[in-house]
Design a protein around this ligand. Structure first.
Ligand code: NAD
Length: 299
């Protein structure tokens, strides 16, 4: 079996952390037990391009328990947990292609490795796997029956492909599930984005000006948590309704042009491009921190 992970010796640590994550995934555990008996996915090949984390590892183990042949690569070069990747390759014999910090070339080599396994179903997070399939690997499309897409940005890309009549197979928008956007986007991203900013910068949020660009599901979550840590939260929005909601929730709302001069932290949570532009960067304070919750499109 082929795989490409940072260090297979990390497998032991990965297995322990996968077990830890699994303890908080009771629904998936129940499905896994049922799958192990019923094998509903027997003969199905699944190509997954997801965040390679301990939680995704539990999902992959579940699909395998159901009889599927699974291959996994990273949907974001920065989120891979190398120990989880090693454990899946070593203990679960799942071909994993993911190395934290992998460059553009390796990222796409890994996506192509997943496609080499000729999936019947794709599981994507950001639509890079689907894009490569529809542009550079069209020969494989005949075998593909369906797929899933995890995130808002990916769904925006797929809806645009569908509108142009070029999306060749049906894809379920996981983000449309109420349990996804209500909870994962708002509370999950609300916490993990703040956690990422704090870990990366070691800066205090209390007393700072924290600019949240986009008051959608993720934006609401980040704004809520930044306020909880004592930051003065400023919201920028292009849609009047969520902008008004932010006002009613007690946040200061202004244009990015004004906010750029004030903010200490900026976080874009829009699924849009050009949210903070060169003319804004040039007016920011020295040392201002800019983060993005979404998917960095590498294509
Ligand atoms: N990191 C994660 O775990 C994670 C999880 C879920 C979603 N996401 C990503 O976060 C982003 C936001 O997702 P969401 O579900 O909150 O989307 P959403 O559609 O609920 O909200 C986006 C908001 O941004 C606003 N917006 C658009 N362009 C803007 C601009 N130029 N300036 C200011 N506001 C603007 C929209 O009006 C909307 O209210 C997407 O890129 C999504 O893929 C990340």
């Amino acid at each position: 079996m082929n795989y490409d992970v940072k260090d297979i010796k990390l497998a032991k640590e990965g297995a322990l952390r996968i077990e830890w994550a699994n303890q908080n995934m009771p629904v998936l555990n129940r499905i896994q037990k049922r799958f192990a008996k019923e094998k509903p996915l027997k003969g199905i090949r699944i190509g997954a391009c997801l965040h390679v984390t301990t939680e995704t590892a539990s999902l992959m183990k579940t699909l395998k328990a159901g009889g599927a042949t699974v291959a996994l690569c990273a949907s974001n070069p920065l989120s891979t947990q190398d120990d989880a990747a090693a454990s899946l390759a070593k203990h679960d014999k799942i071909p994993v292609y993911a190395i934290k910090g992998e460059n553009h070339k390796t990222y796409y080599a890994h996506i192509n490795a997943i496609l080499d396994a000729k999936p019947h179903f794709t599981m994507d997070d950001g639509a890079d796997l689907v894009s490569v399939l529809h542009t550079k690997r069209k020969d494989l499309l005949a075998d593909v029956r369906g797929g899933t897409e995890e995130t808002t940005t990916g769904i925006i890309r797929l809806r645009s492909m569908a509108a142009d009549g070029v999306l060749e197979y049906p894809i379920i928008a996981v983000n449309d599930a109420q349990t996804k956007h209500f909870f994962d986007n708002r509370y999950g991203t609300g916490q993990s984005t703040i956690d990422g900013i704090i870990r990366a910068t070691n800066r205090l949020l209390a007393g700072s000006y924290f600019v949240v660009c986009g008051y959608g599901w993720c934006g609401r979550g980040v704004a809520m948590r930044a306020r909880g840590l004592g930051a003065n939260v400023i919201v920028t929005e292009v849609d009047p309704l969520p902008a008004l909601e932010a006002v009613m929730d007690g946040f200061t709302v202004m244009t990015i042009r004004k906010a750029a001069r004030i903010g200490d932290f900026f976080c874009t949570l829009t699924g849009d491009i050009n949210v903070i532009r060169k003319e804004h960067f040039t007016t920011m304070k020295d040392g201002a921190i800019v983060a993005n919750s979404g998917h960095f499109n590498l294509l």
